[in-house]
Design a protein around this ligand. Structure first.
Ligand code: TYM
Length: 327
């Protein structure tokens, strides 16, 4: 199967990105042909400092490799290095309705309270659809927050196929049962995000050990005196149990059993160590890769391979739409 996914280079990954998306990326590479993209064109939908963006692009690419994606077997590349993404986005925009874009919750959230916002923020989902459809993708591993974007991608693909049969492969989203939505440590009702002003609301993959211990210690809990999973009534502790479970590989039932009769102090101490142990090898690999020449060589090679695949799809799309001078 062809797998495609992307991450915005807007900061260092947090454990939500890792557990919701990146862990799947690594699992899927065993039996599939995968493309993992650093979506820098999406990152400029909101104001960005060019110097910081350049660094974040390399940070994200190095983290892809540090979590275990093999750039020789799979393709790791930067979106703007393959200009076909923008070209296909335009063609898709002509087949997308403003009504459907204005229903996107991410757009509504990000433009909230603004009298006017960048048109790129509005058309963001169309560029994402172009990313996916450009590579004849079968499966898109993502966290739950991307569900609406996958749906609109499918709608656009089906709409174009109805006009011009055989233009696109209609992709499926792939969401995990556990980890698909990791919540903030300071507010279990909002998703963990790179943009929250409180640094203790998240744990970054590169945080040092003391920061991780401190963030877990500060994490919101509740006033019950036992550790139990109940997403509806006890969202904070349920979120911590999910994080514990996905990092340790233990079932939630087993963790609850291990913590019978214990308080939050002991539970959080264990959780901090579980996270530190899981992130240690990632951090070590990241340090090796981030400043190596290999990183840029791998990205150049990845862009070339992605370009060749994209070129084939674009030829088919342009032919089907009757675009260009000759076919
Ligand atoms: P981004 O950069 O916001 O997030 C990257 C991936 O991490 C997942 N994720 C989470 N999963 C669980 N819990 C959380 N708290 C959490 N926070 C983030 C996201 O679901 C995502 O899978 N629009 C995309 C980037 C994109 C893309 C694409 C993805 C652009 N083109 C094509 C797939 C295919 C985004 O903003 O992800």
């Amino acid at each position: 199967m062809r797998i495609f996914s992307g991450v915005q280079p807007t900061g260092i990954f947090h454990i939500g990105d890792y557990l919701g998306a990146l862990k799947q990326f690594v699992q899927l590479q065993e039996e599939n042909h995968c493309l993992y993209c650093v979506v820098d064109l999406h990152a400029i939908t909101l104001p960005t400092d060019p110097k910081v963006l350049k660094e974040h692009i390399l940070d994200v690419a190095a983290l892809y490799m540090a979590v275990g994606i093999d750039p020789k077997k799979q393709i790791i590349f930067v979106q703007s290095d393959v200009p076909y993404h923008s070209e296909l986005a335009w063609i898709l925009m002509c087949n997308t309705y403003t009504g459907e874009l204005s229903r996107m919750t991410q757009y509504k959230d990000k433009s909230k309270g603004e009298e006017s916002s960048p048109a790129g923020l509005f058309t963001y989902p169309v560029l994402m659809a172009a990313d996916i459809l450009l590579y004849d993708t079968d499966t898109v591993p993502v966290g739950n927050d991307q569900k609406q974007h996958i749906e609109i991608t499918r709608d656009i693909a089906v709409r174009v196929n109805n006009k011009f049969p055989g233009t696109f492969v209609v992709p499926e989203g792939r969401f995990l049962k556990e980890g698909a939505r990791i919540m903030s440590l300071d507010d279990p009702l909002t998703k963990m995000s790179k943009s929250s002003p409180n640094p203790f609301s998240r744990i970054s993959l590169l945080d040092d050990e003391d920061t991780i211990r401190k963030a877990v210690k500060k994490a919101t809990t509740d006033s019950f005196d036992n550790i139990a999973y109940d997403e509806k009534n006890r969202p904070a502790v349920s979120n911590l149990l999910t994080i514990y479970s996905v990092f340790s590989g233990m079932t939630i039932e087993k963790i609850v059993k291990l913590n019978e009769g214990k308080g939050y102090g002991a539970f959080k101490k264990d959780l901090g160590e579980v996270i530190i142990t899981a992130l240690r090898p990632i951090k070590e690999r990241y340090e090796e890769i981030r400043n190596s020449e290999e990183l840029v060589v791998c990205l150049r090679d990845g862009s070339e391979r992605a370009y060749a695949l994209a070129e084939k799809t674009m030829k088919r799309v342009k032919d089907n739409f009757g675009l260009g001078t000759v076919s």
